[in-house]
Write a protein that binds this ligand. Sequence first.
Ligand SMILES: *Cc1c(COP(=O)(O)O)cnc(C)c1O
Length: 409
Amino acid sequence: MTELTSEEIAAWDACDPLAPFREEFHVPEGLYYLDGNSLGALPRKTPERIRTLIEDEWGHDLIKSWNAHDWIHLPRRVGDQIARLIGADAGEVIAADTTSINLFKMLGAALGLRPGRGIIVSEQENFPTDLYIAQGLSSFLGGEHGLRMVPRSELNDALGDDVAVVALTHVDFKTGEVHDMAEVTRRAHDAGALVVWDLSHSVGALPVELNASGADFAVGCGYKYLNGGPGAPAFLFVAKRHQDDIDPPLSGWMGHASPFAFDADYRPAPGIGRQLCGTPSILAMAALEVGVEIATRVDMKELRKKSQRMGDLFLELVEGCGLEIACPLESKRRGSQVSLRHDDGYPIMQALIANGVIGDFRAPDVLRFGLTPLYLRYSDVWEAALVLKKIVETEAWRRPEFQKRQLVT
Ligand SMILES: *Cc1c(COP(=O)(O)O)cnc(C)c1O
């Protein structure tokens, strides 16, 4: 049982250096939104930016906008901003497509750089799309290509001399457990393999040091902690040393050295530019830019400190209420989320949502609570934990309306 009081929690909020950021987001009144790890909140500036883009740029300036409003460089511009959040240099990151598509590109690139090795290694607990893309690419390439899925504890043993690339998610989507990026990368390199890091639950959530870790490739999501909006463009990272050696498997015209020469033959653009494929969605890209701009003004060390403290608080408050802890207890091994386990996790989450606490459910039994330090207060975490405890104690989740499965969980 915690010794903390709601007055003490209010005092934490009062001296929180990140508190002013909450004003930059639209957070519905009376809602405890612990799902920013699935869909980040709406930045207050986004509607106005999109209105201007639609009415003035698209509506009035039409196609001239590609030059006049520099639409053509948006993927690079946003990429350079994201680079600052993940320990990469300008020119190493580009915003494009979806995380799934970017995984395809990065895995394809890595396989191309390791001829004679056909195996992709990943964890069986990795996010399903990461595994599916690796399976699809392997069967498309045929021959000796394949995905080797192993439990986390057996990753090192899986690194044979047939392995071209190790593809891992830095922060596990279900348990929130963080990989030691530098250590895993070093081991993969020692075995002659390259590494693709999925930063979907890392970018904007904790400090990431791609170049200091020696990373080769990375991908990540724009609609979670970057607050870019539903289906926001994703991003990818290619270390400078690899960029000009890659033969892009998705060789679209936007990645051509000279797209407006309209040559019949593909010639890849130098550097990160060849990682573009088709025309970017400018509406979506502009919304992402607003979210990313906010993140670039945040002190990531302060963000991490608050995120860890919120996670510790939540775990302390729900201790002993009958839910099993499914994330690391030690905050430095945990991303910006808390995960709990219960056989009736689905109806419990439905009851929580009906009571104004939004988290999400990940089959078969995990309740996930995303902690987004930019727009959540310690008092929100306190209130959300109290609601959860009450629902479990009173078994309010047993009501029939909470049993029906929705399509999106
Ligand atoms: C959210 C997430 C994705 C999403 O991929 P999309 O292509 O945007 O649907 C991929 N990988 C991980 C680890 C994620 O958490």
